[in-house]
Design a protein around this ligand. Structure first.
Ligand SMILES: [Zn+2]
Length: 277
């Protein structure tokens, strides 16, 4: 396992250069670029920024989380769908400037849970995926789909939808351990998804909200994942919501996870010592 973290953790704090220096100083293996506001939204990223990132990145490995704020590859609004694809295509072109191990994509949301609307959204997602796959193949980048089915709003609320999509397009999975603990059958769905894992997002929660606590400070039972995490040689991205002091919270999350893995326990005796807000 290689520890990484998302630039989204530093939302409204720091700037890209400081985030990079902090990752190097604290010996992370990677950084996931959150390709959305505030730091890396597509129209704000010039080639120079990526080039300087590449130049000063040492041994860091980079991944990208593609945009999610107001956009989506399953949008039923044709204008938003066009804009979503434009942003995605431009972000995939970043691969011309610097190497990225993985591009993480959400399947999308649905405006209604009735089956007819879900089927319309499904068709839009499939048409989008055909186009995205062509762009990704041309640029030789790997797209993975993240499990997002934490409520009925998400098209992949039913894990079978996600599995079929990955099978149909030969895609791997970004397993989000926070999200899977908010779905209907966390352990069952995890077992069904395990063989697709290429990339991991990690955080903790109290199993009712997507809290993004540091690992070990919520209610998630890590013993389910310990064996897989120890063998996993992809990037494990800490996604921690702690606006007051994100740096400290990410380090706590990394330390807690290392302790859990060494001791092979479901959790440590961690308690949330801070509110992190
Ligand atoms: Zn995500």
């Amino acid at each position: 396992m290689r520890h990484s973290f998302s630039t989204s953790n530093f939302y409204l704090k720091e700037n890209p250069k400081k985030i990079l220096d902090w990752a190097l100083d604290n010996k992370f293996a990677g950084i996931e670029i959150w390709a959305d506001v505030p730091h890396f939204y597509v129209d704000n990223v010039k080639e120079d920024l990526l080039k300087s990132y590449r130049k000063e990145s040492g041994n860091l490995t980079f991944s990208v989380h593609t945009p999610i704020y107001g956009v989506g590859i399953g949008s039923v609004n044709p204008g938003i769908l066009r804009e979503s694809f434009r942003q995605l295509e431009n972000i995939i072109k970043w691969a011309d400037v610097m190497p990225f191990e993985i591009f993480v994509l959400h399947a999308g949301t649905t405006p209604s849970d009735i089956p007819q609307v879900r089927n319309i959204v499904r068709d839009i997602i499939y048409r989008s995926m055909e186009d995205i796959k062509k762009v990704a193949q041309k640029k030789e980048v790997e797209i993975v789909i993240e499990n997002t089915g934490i409520s009925d709003r998400y098209w992949d609320r039913d894990v079978k939808n996600l599995i079929t999509l990955m099978d149909d397009f030969e895609l791997g999975l970004c397993l989000d351990i926070g999200h899977i603990n908010l779905c209907r059958d966390p352990e069952g769905e995890y077992r069904a998804l395990e063989k697709y894992i290429k990339h991991i997002h990690i955080s903790d929660n109290n199993k009712t909200n997507d809290d993004h606590f540091p690992v070990g400070e919520g209610a998630i039972d890590y013993s389910i994942y310990n064996g897989m995490l120890r063998k996993f040689n992809g990037l494990t991205v800490h996604e921690i919501h702690a606006p007051a002091d994100p740096a400290e919270a990410i380090l706590r999350s990394r330390d807690n996870l290392n302790k859990i893995l060494v001791k092979n326990v479901s959790r440590e005796t961690f308690k949330r010592t801070k509110d992190d807000v």
